[in-house]
Write a protein that binds this ligand. Structure first.
Ligand code: NAD
Length: 247
C-alpha cells in the first residue's frame, strides 16, 4: 500500500471493467481518485473516489471538468469501444465513432490535463490500447484495431514531445479480459451466430495462449506500476498484459 500516496489520478470509463479495477487499486495504493464515466448509476456505486459524469466524446465537457478538478498527477485513459466488423461491413459512422471514442477522447483529455502536469514538471499518462492494434491483426477488428494502433502512435508522440519535461506516457495492451463489455460481445455474437454463450466464450478463451481470460485486476496492477514512481525510467512504450496473446 502507499505506492501512489500523495498523487491525484483522473480516470475515464471508471465505472466498469479495467477502469473500475484501476479506481479500486489506485485508491488502495493511497491515491486521490477522480473517477469519470457516462454511466452515472455505475459511478454511484464507487466508494472512496470523487465521481463526475463525463462523456469523453465531448470536448467541451472534458475541458470544463479538467478546469473544475484542477491539476492531476496521473491520467488513465480507459474509455474505448469495440466495433465488430471487416473492411467491407464497417459503416462510416462506426469508423468515425471508433476514432472519436477510442482516439480523439485521448486527444481531449491529454490537451486538458497536460498543461497542469507541465506546471508540476511531472505526470504519468496511461492509455489503454489493445493486443488488437499494431501488435496483432485480429479478425473483425478493422476499425477497433486501427484505432488502438493509433493510440500507440499517439502515446509515443506525446512521450517524445515531453520526455524532458517530466511527463511519461505509456500504452497498455490487454489481451482478452473478462469485463462487462466482453460479456455483451459474447451475448451479441451468440445471438448472431446461433452458437451457445458457452461456445462463444470458449472461442475467446481459446485465442488466449494461457487458456484463460485475463481479469481487470491484472490490467489495473500494470496501470498502477506505470502510474507510480516505480516506473520512473519508462516512457513511450507498449506494455503487454495479454496472457501470451502476442506470442
Ligand atoms: P467495460 O465495458 O467493462 O467498461 C466500459 C466503460 O466505459 C463503461 O463503464 C461505460 O459506461 C464507459 N463508457 C462508454 N462510453 C463512454 C463515453 N463516451 N465516455 C465515458 N465513458 C464511456 O470496458 P473494458 O472492457 O474494461 O475496456 C476498457 C478499455 O480497455 C477500453 O479502451 C477497451 O478497448 C480496452 N480493452 C479491453 C479489452 C477486453 O478484453 N475487455 C481488451 C483490450 C483492450
Amino acid at each position: 500500500a502507499g505506492r501512489l500516496q500523495g498523487k491525484t489520478a483522473f480516470i475515464t470509463a471508471a465505472a466498469a471493467g479495467i477502469g473500475l479495477a484501476s479506481v479500486e487499486t489506485f485508491l488502495a495504493e493511497g491515491a486521490k481518485v477522480i473517477a469519470t464515466d457516462i454511466d452515472e448509476a455505475g459511478l454511484k456505486k464507487l466508494k472512496g473516489a470523487i465521481t463526475h459524469k463525463l462523456d469523453v466524446t465531448s470536448t467541451d465537457a472534458v475541458s470544463a471538468l479538467a478546469k473544475d478538478v484542477g491539476p492531476v498527477d496521473i491520467l488513465l485513459n480507459a474509455a474505448g469501444w469495440v466495433h465488430h466488423g471487416t473492411a467491407i461491413d464497417t459503416k462510416e459512422e462506426d469508423w468515425d465513432r471508433s476514432f472519436d471514442l477510442n482516439v480523439k477522447s485521448m486527444y481531449r483529455t491529454i490537451r486538458a490535463f497536460l498543461p497542469g502536469m507541465l506546471e508540476k514538471k511531472k505526470g504519468s499518462i496511461i492509455n489503454i490500447a489493445s493486443g488488437a492494434s499494431s501488435v496483432r491483426g485480429i479478425p473483425f477488428r478493422y476499425a477497433y484495431g486501427t484505432t488502438k494502433a493509433a493510440v500507440i502512435g499517439l502515446t509515443k508522440s506525446v512521450a517524445a514531445d515531453y520526455i524532458r519535461q517530466g511527463i511519461r506516457v505509456n500504452a497498455v495492451c490487454p489481451g482478452t479480459i473478462e469485463t462487462p463489455s466482453l460479456g455483451m460481445r459474447i451475448d451479441t455474437l451468440s445471438r448472431q451466430s446461433g452458437k451457445s454463450i458457452e461456445k462463444v466464450k470458449q472461442d475467446f478463451v481459446d485465442r488466449q495462449p494461457m487458456a484463460r481470460l485475463g481479469t481487470a485486476q491484472e490490467i489495473a496492477w500494470l496501470c498502477t506500476y506505470l502510474a507510480s514512481d516505480e516506473s520512473s525510467y519508462t516512457t513511450g512504450q507498449v506494455h503487454l498484459a495479454d496472457g501470451g496473446f502476442a506470442l
